[in-house]
Design a protein around this ligand. Structure first.
Ligand SMILES: [Zn+2]
Length: 1021
C-alpha cells in the first residue's frame, strides 16, 4: 500500500481530496445526497491489514470457482445469439458444460531494476511531471519554434549498453522497412544505423530512423529537407562518413492506415464474445459484432490496457496510464442484443452491503447459495430470501443464465423510489427551445430556419421503445436583451407572449401552458413558430443577454419538477447589462506565455453558480453558436461542458452555405437517445480505484460523477491508480453504475462490468495496450491540464511521457538491440503519430494565428468524446476517389494522411468525424469533374460549395455511397467542404494532414519520431 508517490495528485490533475484514503471510494455519502443509495450512509469499512492479500474466504473463492471471472463460455455461433426476451426470461442457452478455466499462468517475478534515466527520475512519481521546460533541445512541439531543435551530441558509438557491435548494423539506406532481413555489413562509424530488430518478436517493431544520428558536434548541416519542421530533421545523411545514404523512406515508419487495415483483416466481421478476462477487443475502426458473455461490450467501455500491472511500482515505472473510456449509453447496432431490463420489484437491485456494488457476474455464491462474496470488496453478504437459488456442482446458481445480472456484462435495473429525488418518481423531461432573436439572427434568416424546422422536428422527439408518442414536453423562449416566454396551451386559439425585462431577477412568468405536449398543442405551437420570425423582423436590437437565458430554463424546469434540456441558439458576445455580461478578452499576445491558460478558463461567478443549479435540476444545456466574431466561447460553453451538453459552432453563418449542416446537427441532437439527471459511480476491486474523471461532467466530490444529462455520444474517461497490490488470480474488476431518468421518466440503473487481467510482467501490459484509448486519455488529460498550466508545459509533458513509456518498453520488454534502433511495442507502434497529431491540435499548438474561440471549441469538443470519435479526429481518413472501382461496394482503402499521398490529378475525401473534405487536384481530369459536378472543368466550380450534386452516373453514385457510409459510422453530422488545390480554403484541409509538419507549428510525423527516439536514447543511457 503506497500512500505516497503514485497516488499523489499530479500537478495538473484535478484536486482529489481524500485520495490517499482508501475508504473514500466506498459508499461515503456525498455532501449533498439527493439520491437514495448513492448517498446512503457508508458502511464501516476496515481497510485490509497491510500485506494481507485475501481475506480467508478468498481461499474458498479460488478453490471453488477457480478464478471465476475468467470462465470461458463455449463459443456461440453468430446465429445463435441469445433470444432472451427483454424482461428477464431468457431461454436456456445451450451451455451444458462449462470448461474449467485455465489456471492462472505462473508468472515469474520480473526483476526490473529502476530505470536509470537521468534527470527524468524526478518525474516518475506523477503522471504529468513538474512544469520544468525541457532544458534542451528545443521540443518539436514548442511553437516558439522556427529554430531547429538542437541535437545534443550523439551517444558515442558502442556506448549504448545493449548495442551489438557496429559491423552488424546495416546502413540506413539499406534498411528495409520493418522487415526482418539479415543484417548486412556497415562501416562502423555510421551512426544513423537502422536495423530491423533481428530478434524481433511479435511485440516489437524495429524502425529505420537514423538520419539525425550524424550530428557530430560541430558538423555542418545541409538544411532540412523540404517540408520538414524547420531544422528539425537536420542533415540528410549525405554529409556523414560511409556510403551515401538516401532520405529516409516515409513508408518505413509505422503506418496507421496499415495497422487499421491489418486489424480489419484479422478481426473484421467477427463475433467478439466478451467471455475472457483481459481480452483486447478489435479496434474501433474495425467492424465487428459483440456478444455479451459476462463483460461489457467495448462499445460501452474501452481501456488503455487490458492488463494492469500488479504493483504501483510497475505502474510508475512504465507511466502507461491505466484508464477506461466509458460511453454508458452508447448506441448498440441493430444486430446486437439491446440491454435487458431487470426488475426486482420493490426490493430493488441487490447490492453489496459494504461497497454497494450491484449484483453482477463477479459475485461468488457460497454456502449452498445462501450467501455471496462481493468480487469488489470481498465482503460476504446474505442472499435475500426472494433471491435464493441452489448452486450446481460447479458452485454456480442454477438460474445463472436466466438472470442478466448474473451472466452478462451490461444490463439495466429498474430503480425503486429510493433512487429518486425526494422519493418521488420523476416527471418526464422537457425540451426548451431558446432562440436569440437579435438583429443578426433575424437578418441571416436563422430564426426563420429554426422555426420552420421545429414544426416537423418536434414530431420526432425521442420516445421509449414501443411507446405511441414521446413523453417529452416542449417549451419556447425568445430573447435579445429581454426574454419572451410563450403560453402554448392547447386550449388557446393563439399563443400568448409574456415579457420579462428584469433580467437580473429571472423568473418564469407562467407555469401552466409553458411546457406542453407537442401533439396536444401542435396547432398553437405551429402558429407560434410561424409568427416568431415576423414578430421580430423589424428588430434593431443587437445586444443580447446569456446567463439569464440559462437561468430562465432552469427555473422553468424547477417549477415543472422535471429534468430536461435547453437548446440555445445564440450569435453574439452577451454584452447587454445583465448578470453574466461578458467582455472581449481575446488577447492573443498571451499565446505561449504563462497566462495562455486564462484564454481557456471560463469566467467564474454566475456561470459557475448556474452550472451547479443546472446539475441539481438535471438541466442539460446545448449551445448552438453562430458567431461573426469573438464570443468568449470558453465561458459561454462552460455550462454545457459540465451538464452533459454539446456545443455547435457555425462561424459567419450563412443559411445557403451552412443551413443544411446546422439542420442535420439539430435533428441529430433532438432525436438522439439520452438520459437525464444522471449519476455515475465507478467501483473497482481492491487494490486500485478511480481517481480522475474527464468528460462533460460535474463533480462535487471525488467519486460521484454527476451529469445533468448523458446521451449516446458522451463518454467519460476515468483514470485508475493503485492503492495496493493487484492479484493475477483475481484480476482487476470495474463496475460502472449509471443512475438516470429515461426519456419517458423512468428511473433506471445501467450497470457495466469489465474484468481486466493483472500481471507482474510489463510486457503483458504493453501487449494489451490500445493506442486509440490511450490517445483519448492523453487528449482529455492534457486539455484538462491546460486550464492550470502553460500550454507549452503540457506539450512538453506529453512528449516526455511518450518517450518514457516507449523507453520503458525498450528497457524491460524488447529484445536486446542497438540503441540506435527505435523499437516500439506492437500495440503502440502508431502511438507516436497520434501523439504528434494531438500536439498539433488547435488547442495545444499555441499559435496566435488561430482564433481563441476555435481553440476553446476544439478543446471542449474533445473532452466528452469517445474513442471512435477521438481516433478519427487525431488520424483522419484520407480516401482516394479518382481511381475508385465503381462496381465495388467497398469504401476504397485509406492512404496515409500526408501531402505526399495527394496528386495533382487526383481527388480525395478526408474525413475526421466533424468534416468531410473533397479535395480536388488542380489537374484533376475533366471527366472526373464532369461526373462529380456536372460542369466541364474545375474552373467552373464555385468556391463556396458546400454540397455535392447527386448525379445519375456511376462515379457520382459511388462517391455518394462512400460519403453515406462514412456518415453512418459517425455519431454526429459531418460538414461537407469542397476544396480546390491551391485555393485559399485549402489551408483548412491541410491542417488535417497529420503526418505533415503543422501549418501552425508542430513537427511532421517523421521528425517527431526521430525526436522521440532521441529522447528514448537519452533515457536509456
Ligand atoms: Zn462489496
Amino acid at each position: 500500500m503506497s500512500q505516497q508517490g503514485y497516488v499523489a495528485t499530479p500537478p495538473y490533475s484535478q484536486a482529489q481530496p481524500g485520495m490517499g484514503g482508501y475508504p473514500t471510494g466506498f459508499g461515503a455519502p456525498p455532501p449533498q445526497s439527493h439520491y437514495g443509495h448513492y448517498g446512503a450512509p457508508a458502511q464501516p469499512f476496515a481497510p485490509q491489514a497491510a500485506g494481507m492479500k485475501f481475506p480467508k474466504s478468498r481461499t474458498y473463492f479460488r478453490q471453488v470457482s477457480s478464478s471465476f471471472p475468467t470462465f470461458r463460455y463455449p463459443p456461440l455461433p453468430a446465429d445463435s445469439a441469445p433470444a432472451m426476451s427483454p424482461y428477464g426470461q431468457p431461454p436456456q442457452r445451450p451451455y451444458h458444460s462449462m470448461p474449467q478455466a485455465t489456471p492462472p499462468t505462473q508468472q515469474i517475478t520480473n526483476q526490473m531494476s529502476a530505470m536509470n534515466i537521468g534527470g527524468y527520475g524526478r518525474f516518475s512519481d506523477t503522471l504529468f511531471p513538474s512544469p520544468n521546460p525541457i532544458q534542451s533541445p528545443q521540443s518539436p512541439t514548442s511553437s516558439a519554434a522556427p529554430q531547429p531543435f538542437q541535437m545534443s551530441p550523439p551517444t558515442p558509438m558502442g556506448h549504448a549498453p545493449l548495442s551489438p557491435q557496429g559491423p552488424q548494423l546495416p546502413p540506413l539506406s539499406a534498411c528495409p522497412p520493418m522487415a526482418a532481413s539479415p543484417p548486412v555489413g556497415v562501416p562502423p562509424m555510421v551512426m544513423p544505423n537502422c536495423q530491423p530488430d533481428s530478434l524481433s518478436s511479435s511485440l516489437s517493431v524495429a524502425l529505420a530512423v537514423g538520419s539525425y544520428g550524424g550530428q557530430v558536434p560541430g558538423s555542418q548541416m545541409a538544411g532540412p529537407p523540404a517540408g520538414a519542421f524547420p531544422g528539425a530533421f537536420p542533415g540528410g545523411a549525405a554529409q556523414m562518413a560511409g556510403p551515401p545514404q538516401k532520405k529516409l523512406d516515409p513508408d518505413s515508419i509505422p503506418s496507421t492506415t496499415q495497422v487499421i487495415e491489418d486489424d480489419q483483416v484479422k478481426r473484421g466481421g467477427q463475433l467478439y464474445t466478451t467471455n475472457l478476462r483481459g481480452q483486447v477487443p478489435p479496434f474501433v475502426t474495425t467492424s465487428f459484432s459483440v456478444q455479451d458473455q459476462g463483460n461489457a461490450s467495448p462499445r460501452f467501455m474501452r481501456c488503455t490496457t487490458y492488463s494492469f500491472p500488479c504493483t504501483s511500482d510497475l505502474a510508475k515505472q512504465c507511466q502507461v496510464p491505466l484508464a477506461t473510456i466509458i460511453k454508458p449509453l452508447a448506441s448498440v447496432p441493430k444486430n446486437e442484443t439491446p440491454l435487458y431490463i431487470v426488475n426486482h420489484g420493490e426490493a430493488g437491485p441487490i447490492r453489496c452491503n459494504r461497497c454497494k456494488a450491484y449484483m453482477c457476474p463477479f459475485m461468488l455464491f457460497i454456502d449452498g447459495g445462501r450467501r455471496y462474496q462481493c468480487g469488489f470488496c470481498n465482503c460476504v453478504n446474505e442472499v435475500p430470501v426472494q433471491y435464493f437459488q441452489h448452486l450446481d456442482h460447479m458452485g454456480r446458481r442454477l438460474d445463472m443464465y436466466e438472470r442478466p445480472e448474473l451472466s452478462l456484462g451490461s444490463y439495466e435495473f429498474t430503480a425503486t423510489l429510493d433512487y429518486c429525488k425526494n422519493n418521488k418518481p420523476p416527471n418526464p423531461p422537457a425540451y426548451i427551445f431558446v432562440i436569440d432573436v437579435s438583429y443578426n439572427n433575424i437578418k441571416s434568416g436563422l430564426v426563420k430556419l429554426i422555426c420552420d424546422e421545429l414544426k416537423t422536428l418536434l414530431d420526432q422527439l425521442p420516445k421509449e421503445e414501443g411507446a405511441e408518442g414521446s413523453a417529452i414536453k416542449v417549451g419556447f423562449v425568445t430573447y435579445n436583451k429581454i426574454l419572451h416566454f410563450y403560453n402554448v396551451k392547447s386550449a388557446l386559439a393563439q399563443p400568448q407572449m409574456m415579457v420579462v425585462s428584469d433580467v437580473a431577477e429571472m423568473f418564469v412568468p407562467l407555469l401552466d401552458g409553458f411546457l406542453v405536449n407537442f401533439q396536444e398543442s401542435r396547432a398553437v405551437i405551429n402558429n407560434l413558430l410561424e409568427q416568431i420570425p415576423d414578430m421580430f423582423s423589424d428588430t434593431n436590437e443587437s445586444e443580447t443577454v446569456f446567463a439569464p437565458v440559462i437561468q430562465a430554463g432552469v427555473e422553468a424546469l424547477k417549477a415543472a419538477e422535471c429534468s430536461g434540456k435547453l437548446f440555445i441558439f445564440h450569435s453574439s458576445l452577451p454584452m447587454a447589462e445583465a448578470p453574466g455580461k461578458l467582455k472581449n478578452r481575446d488577447d492573443r499576445k498571451l499565446v505561449n506565455t504563462e497566462k495562455e491558460k486564462t484564454l481557456f478558463q471560463a469566467q467564474r461567478g454566475i456561470y459557475e453558480q448556474l452550472t451547479k443549479e443546472c446539475v441539481n435540476q438535471g438541466c442539460c444545456v446545448d449551445l448552438f453558436l453562430f458567431p461573426n466574431q469573438y464570443v468568449d466561447l470558453a465561458t459561454m460553453a462552460d455550462v454545457p461542458a459540465h451538464t452533459g451538453g454539446s456545443v455547435y459552432k457555425y462561424s459567419n453563418f450563412q443559411v445557403q452555405v451552412d443551413g443544411q449542416h446546422f439542420l442535420s446537427d439539430l435533428r441529430q441532437d433532438v432525436k438522439k437517445s439520452i438520459g437525464f439527471d444522471a449519476m455515475m459511480r465507478v467501483r473497482t476491486s481492491t487494490g486500485f480505484r478511480a481517481t480522475d474523471f474527464y468528460g462533460a461532467i460535474y463533480m462535487n466530490n471525488t467519486t460521484d460523477v454527476e451529469m445533468a444529462a448523458v446521451d449516446c455520444e458522451k463518454a467519460v474517461t476515468v483514470e485508475f491508480k493503485h492503492d495496493d497490490t493487484l492479484s493475477e488470480d483475481v484480476g482487476a474488476l470495474i463496475q460502472c453504475a449509471l443512475l438516470y431518468t429515461s426519456i419517458s421518466g423512468q428511473r433506471r440503473l445501467r450497470v457495466h462490468n469489465l474484468s481486466l487481467a493483472c500481471s507482474s510482467q510489463l510486457s503483458d501490459l504493453y501487449k494489451s495496450c490500445e493506442t486509440d484509448a490511450l490517445i483519448n486519455f492523453f487528449a482529455k488529460s492534457a486539455y484538462h491540464a491546460m486550464l492550470a498550466q502553460p500550454v507549452k508545459v503540457v506539450r512538453e509533458i506529453l512528449v516526455k511521457q511518450t518517450a518514457h513509456m516507449l523507453a520503458c518498453y525498450r528497457k524491460n520488454c524488447a529484445s536486446p538491440s542497438a540503441a540506435s534502433q527505435l523499437i516500439l511495442p506492437d500495440a503502440m507502434k502508431v502511438f507516436p503519430v497520434y501523439m504528434n497529431s494531438l500536439l498539433k491540435t488547435p488547442a495545444l499548438v499555441g499559435s496566435a494565428e488561430l482564433s481563441t474561440d476555435d481553440r476553446a471549441f476544439h478543446r471542449l469538443s474533445v473532452m466528452a468524446m469517445g474513442v471512435e470519435e477521438s481516433q478519427v479526429l487525431f488520424y483522419p481518413r484520407l480516401i482516394p476517389v479518382h481511381s475508385m472501382d465503381v462496381a465495388s461496394e467497398a469504401v476504397p482503402s485509406a492512404v496515409r494522411c500526408s501531402e505526399e499521398r495527394l496528386s495533382d490529378t487526383g481527388a480525395f475525401l478526408l474525413e475526421n468525424g466533424q468534416c468531410i473534405f473533397l479535395w480536388l487536384g488542380q489537374a484533376c481530369p475533366p471527366d472526373i469533374i464532369q461526373n462529380f459536378f456536372n460542369v466541364p472543368s474545375l474552373a467552373h466550380l464555385g468556391t463556396d460549395m458546400s454540397s455535392l450534386p447527386e448525379l445519375d452516373n456511376g462515379h457520382s453514385k459511388k462517391l455518394h455511397s462512400i460519403i453515406c457510409a462514412i456518415s453512418q459510422q459517425r455519431s454526429s453530422s459531418t460538414k461537407m467542404v469542397i476544396v480546390k488545390q491551391k485555393d485559399r480554403s485549402e489551408m483548412l484541409f491541410r491542417q488535417h494532414l497529420v503526418e505533415d509538419k503543422g501549418l501552425y507549428g508542430g513537427a511532421s510525423y517523421m521528425d517527431f519520431l526521430c525526436y522521440v527516439h532521441r529522447e528514448i536514447r537519452q533515457l536509456l543511457t
